[in-house]
Design a protein around this ligand. Structure first.
Ligand code: KIV
Length: 430
């Protein structure tokens, strides 16, 4: 694991918008400040957003989606400030600063006005492409949607932005959801898949550098999402000239699995948020995706790796928890309060003998210094080994001498804490 950590920090390839010199490198695109802030009740101040952006830069994320500049003056100001302060900093690693825009001129101009102060600015523009969204939400024909997408990508490039990301919103639905709820096919002779390949080919021609494939409603299963990425790779004209990205929502609790399936199938940018915050059930979480790649990348994920310095994860998680007001559930993978805690007697006994028995990651890997060596938590399922270890951890030598020489204790030899009992006679404590 430490070898993987060193490799992560040493091998970040140069940034070229539409190309990654090392085919095993996966870019991490953090959207905590945009999609994450779309979580109900998660509004953050400009100062808080700047703090988080600085922490994301320390963490080593490749791209920070700092906000949606056309959505409000406050969001515009925050993105601009982050572009100046974090995107133009004097440091070893300067992330790309990205602003979201719908496919219209005003949004795109606002996004450019806000991000252009960064050394590496990016505009991310999107329009819905699923049948159900085009018909009922946009009320546009498929041909109109294609025209809009390609003209707005070209417009973003014409402003001087050489890094333009395009997202076909609700693309995940073309795995099987899009026809549900429609009485007749809106796309007529074109299948929804073919329509997706076509619009993606058109925006590549118009100058897009990254194609992000969102599973907007978190509907796909990992095998389906992986296949969707593989099919896009195989069928879209010009795809070899751009980066494929994933953006997986968590409605079925599958966002991390889908994201990893996308990476396995060829995506080289993964969109994530700290603590997995985001619309409805949230997004794929940065800490889960990054630690899965770090732990299993060599064996099962084609040797893929990221540039994330994982030791900054816990600080990023705590900061986002405090600023967004969204509490992390105790059993949340990687960053939950219980992620490295062991309560049952059998597990505690194993942990006291060798940490790898019940831990696949060590807390230090994510920058967590735990208060006790083995993460032992006393509860009703704990055993005497744990109780003894806990006592020895907290008790001073003087207490111990006083305790074992106490006549009452010597005769009782049982120490009780709630339902937990342990022998503390001098022999057992020795
Ligand atoms: O979920 C979604 O489709 C989005 C896009 C704007 C990428 O957030």
């Amino acid at each position: 694991n430490s070898a993987a950590a060193i490799r992560c920090s040493l091998r970040r390839p140069d940034y070229i918008p539409n190309h990654i010199p090392d085919p095993k490198y996966v870019r991490i695109f953090d959207t905590t400040l945009r999609d994450g802030e779309q979580s109900p009740g998660a509004t953050m101040t400009t100062k808080e957003k700047l703090d988080i952006a600085r922490q994301l830069a320390r963490l080593g994320v490749d791209i920070i989606e700092a906000g949606f500049p056309a959505s409000s003056d406050a969001d515009f100001d925050a993105v601009k400030l982050i572009a100046r302060e974090v995107g133009d900093a004097d440091s070893d690693h300067i992330p790309v600063i990205c602003g979201l825009a719908r496919c219209n001129k005003r949004d795109i101009e606002k996004a450019w006005e806000a991000v252009k102060y960064a050394k590496k600015p990016r505009i991310h523009t999107f329009i819905a492409t699923s049948e159900i969204h085009m018909k009922y939400k946009l009320k546009m024909t498929p041909e109109q949607v294609i025209d809009k997408a390609k003209s707005m990508v070209a417009y973003a490039r014409s402003l001087g932005c050489n890094d333009v990301e395009f997202s076909p919103e609700d693309a995940g639905s073309c795995t099987s959801r899009s026809l549900k709820g429609l009485d007749d096919s809106f796309l007529r002779d074109l299948s929804d898949r073919e329509f997706l390949y076509r619009i993606l080919g058109e925006v590549i021609n118009a100058g897009a550098t990254t194609l992000n494939i969102p599973d907007t409603v978190g509907y796909t299963l990992p095998t389906e999402f992986g296949q969707l990425i593989a099919d896009i790779k195989a069928n879209t004209n010009g795809i070899e000239n751009v980066i494929i990205s994933t953006h997986c929502q968590n409605d079925l609790g599958l966002s991390t699995a889908n994201t990893l399936a996308g990476a396995h199938a060829g995506a080289r940018q993964l969109e994530v948020t700290i603590n997995g915050i985001g619309e409805r059930a949230g997004n794929a979480s940065l800490e889960e995706v990054v630690m899965a790649l770090k732990c299993r990348g060599d064996q099962l994920l084609d040797g893929l790796y990221t540039g994330i310095n994982t030791q900054h994860i816990i600080m990023a998680s705590k900061m986002v928890e405090e600023y967004s007001g969204l509490r992390v559930q105790p059993h949340k993978a990687i960053v939950g309060a219980n992620a490295f805690a062991h309560e049952s007697g059998i597990h505690q006994d194993g942990m006291l003998k060798h940490k790898n028995t019940y831990e696949i990651i060590s807390p230090e890997d994510i920058g967590l210094l735990r208060s006790n060596e083995s993460g032992i938590v006393l509860g009703k399922l704990s055993g005497r080994h744990a109780l003894k270890a806990k006592m020895l951890e907290t008790i001073t030598d003087d207490d111990l001498i006083a305790l074992v020489s106490d006549e009452v204790f010597q005769s009782q030899v049982v120490w009780k804490l709630g339902d937990v009992q342990a022998c503390i006679c001098p022999t057992c404590l020795d």
